[in-house]
Design a protein around this ligand. Structure first.
Ligand code: V0V
Length: 136
């Protein structure tokens, strides 16, 4: 089911500070910014190098009810998720469910740039929040 690493998600408390660090200090390029109200996040996608590989996703909470707010309270800023590209998120979710993994959503929800997403619970994936991404 997994085609490649789509992006790595990093939870940040302050998006503007984080963007300044990743673009000015680390030299990455911000290629997309978006608010996702359903997920309760402001996010920015950064291209690494030529930009044809996996991207880095900065994720900041919009409010205290965001899962990212809870993550920051518990663990502080840092790696929050690892996302894989899949061709068909419903098929991939069904296959993983059939292998006993808990998917967070019954059906896929809207992710970055019109993608469809679902997640494997981190407790079923060795402590890693795994995201499945079907690009638009
Ligand atoms: C929680 N845990 C994690 C974790 N978040 N472990 C690894 N990575 C994470 N990100 C651990 C936590 O330390 C606890 O372990 C245990 O899981 C708690 O499980 P829980 O009580 O069932 O759940 P919560 O309330 O801590 O929430 C965790 C989940 C939540 C994963 C269910 O964060 C969630 O719904 N995430 C999916 C949505 C999301 O993350 N959206 C933001 C990105 P101990 O202490 O018990 O051992 S939005 C996005 O990526 C977009 C839009 C996109 O890519 O397009």
């Amino acid at each position: 089911e997994f085609l490649r690493i789509d992006h790595v998600g990093v939870a940040v408390g302050d998006m503007d500070d984080a963007l300044a660090f990743y673009t000015r200090t680390l030299g990455m390029r911000c290629v997309h910014e978006e608010r996702n109200e359903e997920q309760g996040v402001r996010e920015a996608m950064l291209a690494v190098g030529t930009g044809d590989g996996a991207q880095l996703q900065l994720i900041a909470p919009l409010d205290d009810s965001s899962p990212v707010a809870k993550f920051l309270q518990r663990r502080g800023p840092g790696l929050q998720q690892l996302a894989y590209t899949v061709a068909d998120v419903e098929a991939a979710s069904a296959a993983l469910r059939a292998r006993g993994l808990r998917l967070l959503y019954e059906s896929a929800r809207r992710g970055t740039a019109g993608s469809l997403i679902n997640f494997v619970h981190p407790k079923d994936a060795g402590g890693v929040l795994v995201e499945l991404v079907q690009p638009a």
